[in-house]
Ligand binder design. Sequence first.
Ligand SMILES: *Cc1c(COP(=O)(O)O)cnc(C)c1O
Length: 340
Amino acid sequence: MIDFRSDTVTLPDEGMRGAMASAELGDDVYREDPTVNRLESMAADMSGHDSALFFPTGTQSNLAALLTHCERGDEYIVGQNAHTYKYEGGGAAVLGGIQPQPIEFEADGTLDLEKIRAKIKPDDFHFAKTRLLALENTVGGQVIGNDYIRRAQWLAREHGLSFHLDGARIMNAAVAQEIPWHEIAVYFDSVSICLSKGLGAPAGSVLCGPDPFIVKARRWRKVLGGGMRQAGVVASAGIYALENNIERLADDHANAACLAEGLLAIDELSIRNDAAQTNMVFASMENSAMKKLLPFMRDNGILLSAGNPMRLVTHLDISKQDIDFAIEKFKSFFQQNNSV
Ligand SMILES: *Cc1c(COP(=O)(O)O)cnc(C)c1O
């Protein structure tokens, strides 16, 4: 199957499985797993932060970050469609008593700084205390540039807000801009990265930040049930991913650009921005066509997400040949669909 649903679907390759099989292990709750320790110091070094902490998922890593920055009755400013607000079960509110203040994304994935400013609440007991600004990069496959991040950081500093990045795909943003990822990460007080997306590890996220922040986050990780034991088995895949799978994200971006270009030639489809910035393509079509497209493609060995616009994601288990094959199948679907 050629699976365009997400970059989470990748399976560990032989090299990664080898690293997992031979990982040195210990009990990480005692901080005695040498492989977890090595992943954490590697991620800290690479990100330009003091310390790092390994988590089973990005959801837990983001939540621990929010719980560490904010207290009950505090508020975080976040994108209306941001993962930390919309796709994490409302965890910050459910478990932390932290109120979200969502703001609509602009078309380029940024949050308008004037809209943010207007939502920052004055110190008045009627209001929740605005404590944190949380960004995401990439957002729906779009790169948030450092010029914007710098201005957002200024705004956060000016108002005494902490500044968190959900950097689930920060490496895609970095590779697309041909910069090392610490050049993005260093603007933030904390950054959560995913090893299980384009980097290809089976699971795992890392939260990076200053020492005292990570000490506090470690406590929250335990509270959230994320204190794992011989977690080096999974962390070794993360090390392998950081060593081998960052630069190759450029291939996924080239494949996504190629897919976007191929689909753009189909009259029945419209493609967001007529192009792909990183590893995602968004294609819109008539709903009636979308419903028939999914089973047709599945019969041809191609898995697509429902949704209109439809999100197609490239990753290390999709080759250039797979892209060419998928474009051909899209073309033949719309030819058939038009002739009936
Ligand atoms: C995947 C993802 C996360 C974390 O998700 P998990 O599935 O919990 O690892 C966080 N933010 C964004 C933007 C993501 O895409």
